[in-house]
Design a protein around this ligand. Sequence first.
Ligand code: 1GP
Length: 242
Amino acid sequence: MTILHAWQEAPPQPLWLIDPDKLSMDTYPLAAEAYLEAGGRWALVGGSFFSFTHITHWCAEARKTAPLPLILFPGSTFHLTPAVDAMLFLFLASGRNPHYLIGAHVEAAPFLYRWGGEVIPTTYILVGDSVRTVHYVSQTLPIPSDKPELVQATALAGWYLGQKLIYIDAGSGAPRPPSGEFIQAVRSVVPLPLIVGGGIQEPQEAADLFDHGANFVVIGNAAEKSAFSRSFWEEFFSICRV
Ligand code: 1GP
């Protein structure tokens, strides 16, 4: 079964986002075990900027030490690696930077063809009112917090373009997650799996996003702050079981 197919059928749940710069191979095995034991099934690896890690080396070592499928969440073509189980092929639909709408995709395509792994066409929508690293790196503006109709139109455009997944992101470390209103606006018209992330710190915030129609909530910073503890993940997974 492909990862996309599994995601289409999976119940709502958290998704761990690993920044490989911030998780050493000494720490990874225990961190992965805690996540898996709490109920985690997949992890995203990547982010808009990381610079100290050799991504292929990191992912290859990680896959040797834990049975956790890794899905690349690339910030640039420099992050491409064959040592993952699938890759989000991000179409930065909220922006108007041609590099992130087609340029990077053309650069990546020959590599993806040779690799032959699972590529998941993803409409990637940045939202919120504070400037995050992802905006600086991509040189794009997010959709402002009071414009659910723009988020909805952007997600619809991605769906009509044939993409398979929607990812609404407030950016790593955002002061607050994307609003439930945004999620509801997309969920009411687009039948694709919906990933939501950026600034989620508390299980209650994740519960609210699930209530509005999110399928996955991405947790990056908060997991780092909790030192990747099992109790942290158990709290997040427990809200999915009520
Ligand atoms: C960022 O959605 C992710 O792209 C996760 O954000 O690090 O704030 O959890 P956080």
